[in-house]
Design a binder for this molecule. Structure first.
Ligand SMILES: *Cc1c(COP(=O)(O)O)cnc(C)c1O
Length: 230
């Protein structure tokens, strides 16, 4: 049975191979460990093996783990759907939010970001799979949304996030991620982040310019089963 450290090594090799194949600079792709449903001990193990950035989808679950792991210098990313009544806690307890898809949420995050913290790093989630996904703004709405969010004082708009419809077909993966990259380029804003690629499609995402890959299963094992342990 593999340990989390083994899995991190393996995912790191996949990222390195894909980065080289795309002729991109070493270390231009960062690994976000998606730890939803996994216990704090699994994150502690990942930290011991070198990971610092953790992505969580559910606020209450994330806040519980943040308390349990308060002794570690972890960087927390919120990556799940956001309801308005959760924005204050998200603005207070995370450094990144990858899943902003409407202006009202961004405005609240900006207003509620504590003055003693740096601006909150934001990615706009864009839906490039049409009907297949409910989350994310449409490509048509993206330019105006990005313009408006880029003006907010306590927010730093970093780029786009996408979760294309899952497929094992590499050409279809490439087409979806390339669309995200082109949308980003068309915005004419100083953006440096593309959050895209998960356990099954990170190679394609890296080939199309991903700077964060968000990896859960390949690090921690399948959700709903026991995390992989030594
Ligand atoms: C769960 C999740 C991931 C990780 O997916 P895996 O297939 O387990 O790697 C990445 N991004 C988001 C937004 C998620 O909800």
């Amino acid at each position: 049975m593999s340990t989390i450290a083994d899995n991190i090594f393996h995912v790191g090799s996949r990222i390195q191979t894909a980065t080289q194949a795309a002729h991109r600079p070493e270390n231009s792709v960062k690994l976000l460990a998606v730890s939803k449903t996994k216990p704090a001990e699994a994150l502690r193990e990942a930290y011991a093996a070198g990971l610092r950035d953790f992505g969580e989808n559910y606020l209450q679950e994330a806040l519980g783990k943040q308390l349990e792991l308060a002794d570690l210098p972890l960087i927390w990313h919120f990556i799940g759907p956001i309801q308005s009544n959760k924005t204050r806690a998200i603005a207070e307890h995370f450094e990144w939010v990858h899943s902003v898809d409407r202006l009202k949420i961004a405005q609240r995050l900006s207003e509620q970001r504590p003055a003693d913290l740096p601006p909150l790093n934001i990615c706009i989630q864009v839906n490039v799979s049409g009907e297949a996904s409910k989350s994310g703004c449409t490509p048509e709405d993206l330019p105006a949304l990005a313009q408006a969010i880029s003006q907010l004082p306590r927010i730093r708009l970093r780029g786009l996030m996408a979760i294309p419809e899952p497929t094992e077909d590499r050409a279809a993966q490439d087409a979806a991620f390339a669309a995200v990259q082109q949308l980003q380029a068309s915005l004419n804003l100083p953006l440096d982040t593309l959050s895209m690629g998960m356990s099954h499609d990170l190679e394609s995402a890296i080939a199309q310019g991903a700077t964060w890959v968000r990896i859960g299963t390949a690090l921690f094992g399948a959700r709903g089963s026991q995390p992989m342990q030594p």
